[in-house]
Design a binder for this molecule. Structure first.
Ligand code: LLP
Length: 423
């Protein structure tokens, strides 16, 4: 459920017409809905309230400071995966005690910064990383609170490029060595073992893989406790999917997901954490773009739009589908000829949709790529000399540019000519 809908024939974000934002801010631009973000956060908070679980929003999905401020203001913690994300989360006002630091390649500097800040927990991804955390913590005279991420080797049945919980993936400690690594961790002076963590993948549309993974975690907890290992906390990661194909995909609601957690892990006496990203931010955002040209080729028709793969990488990277809605509502029985929607970047993969049945769009028309609130702006880059697109947050009938469009001179702002080329 989201708050982008047609009112009087124009697509609105809550009460604000998208054409008004496009006129004031320019295109392309990302537009986020406060009501949708709030609604999704509450759905998780309500579903997990009975389980006493903490929600640590995975800010990699959308790390805009306004989004973070909104969510942390409602009580969310934050899952971060780099020193940069941690700094952004702290700057947005997230209390360090509600930050979980995940990620497979934490550097010594990042570990020290996390311990200095006093984060809730570091999720350890490998034995060498465990040793690095131990070393840094001992040097600082503290004990690092850690959860050890295990790889449960389940197939999340999602896109191969976003699955993480299979043995062949780089994430977590292999299931078969987990027990021995926990035992060793208990002996390290700089480490306080708090529990276990998993994350099996993203855009998961079926509860089966979650259930399989949670049951494996349940067995692991029993084994570890028998070994005398402390397991006070379980971090279950994120991964719940969202509907990218309107009417075609129906991901389980947070309440059903919470029910699986309750059934499989609810009686272990562990403090639970979940790290949803996409399910909170995904359909809380759209990318608004303007059609520049319509190009009638011999075999295909192209709508060339002003957004490109650098602004929204998901179609180019994962062949991802995003629904495309014209900003002016088409008549109910409008013809829908097939069109390829492409961006201006000089790559064939800069294609948002192939053979998409769309009401005819003409140069100057505005369109919205739906469900672009997660893994959209955060993954953007400046390829082809295209400045990052601005982000706008709507709240009811007001809106604010929460990340401005860089000026063209900002494109090379960090570059410096060597003196021998400076003339
Ligand atoms: N926790 C960990 C440790 C993660 O690696 C991830 C996502 C999450 C939580 C949040 O997962 P979510 O609830 O958003 O599914 N760029 C890809 C998605 C990559 C996800 C990476 N990890 C995409 O656009 O589909």
């Amino acid at each position: 459920m989201h708050h982008f809908s047609y009112i009087d024939g124009r697509l609105h974000a809550e009460s604000v017409p998208l054409d008004r934002i496009a006129a004031e801010v320019g295109t392309p631009c990302y537009v986020y809905s406060t009501a949708t973000l709030t609604r999704h956060y509450r759905a998780f908070a309500d579903a997990f309230a009975g389980l006493g679980a903490s929600i640590c929003y995975a800010m990699k999905a959308n790390g805009n400071r306004a989004v973070l401020r909104l969510l942390t203001g409602m009580g969310s913690g934050v899952d971060v995966v780099s020193g940069g994300e941690m700094a952004l989360a702290l700057a947005a006002g997230a209390p360090a005690g509600r930050i979980v630091f995940s990620g497979v390649g934490k550097t010594e500097d990042e570990i020290a910064a996390a311990l200095q800040a006093g984060v809730h927990q570091l999720n350890v991804e490998s034995e060498p990383e465990l040793d690095a955390i131990d070393t840094v913590a001992r040097r600082m005279g503290v004990k690092a609170p850690v959860a050890i991420r295990v790889n449960p080797d389940v197939d999340a049945a999602t896109h191969a490029k976003i699955t993480t919980g299979k043995a062949e993936n780089k994430f977590g400690i292999e299931w078969t060595s987990a027990r021995q690594v926990f035992r060793r961790a208990m002996t390290l002076e700089g480490i306080a073992v708090k529990g276990a963590a998993i994350h099996i993948g993203s855009q998961i549309l079926d509860l089966g893989p979650f259930e399989a993974a949670f049951l494996k975690v349940r067995d692991l907890v029993a084994m570890l406790r028998a070994d005398g290992v402390t397991v006070e906390r379980l971090d279950l990661g994120g991964g719940l999917g969202v509907p990218y194909h309107q009417g075609d995909e129906s991901p389980p609601p947070p309440a059903a997901y919470a029910e699986v957690v309750r059934r499989t892990l609810g009686d272990l006496g562990c403090a639970l954490t979940i790290e949803p990203g996409r399910a909170i931010a995904g359909n809380a955002g759209v990318l608004v773009s303007r059609v520049i040209y319509r190009k009638d080729g011999i075999t295909r028709t192209f709508a060339v739009v002003d957004a490109a793969m650098n602004d929204l990488m998901r179609p180019a990277l994962y062949d991802a589908w995003h629904d495309i809605w014209p900003v002016v509502e088409p008549p109910a029985h409008a013809e829908r000829p097939l069109v390829d929607v492409v961006g201006p970047v000089c790559e064939t993969t800069d294609t948002f949709a192939r053979d998409r049945a769309l009401p005819p769009v003409a140069p100057g028309d505005l369109i919205a790529f739906m469900t672009a609130g997660a893994y959209g702006a955060v993954m953007a880059n400046q390829y082809n000399g295209r400045p990052l697109v601005p982000e706008v947050l709507v709240d009811g009938d007001r809106f604010h540019v929460v990340r401005r469009r860089p000026r063209l001179e900002d494109l090379a702002a960090l570059e410096d000519l060597p003196p021998w080329l400076a003339d």
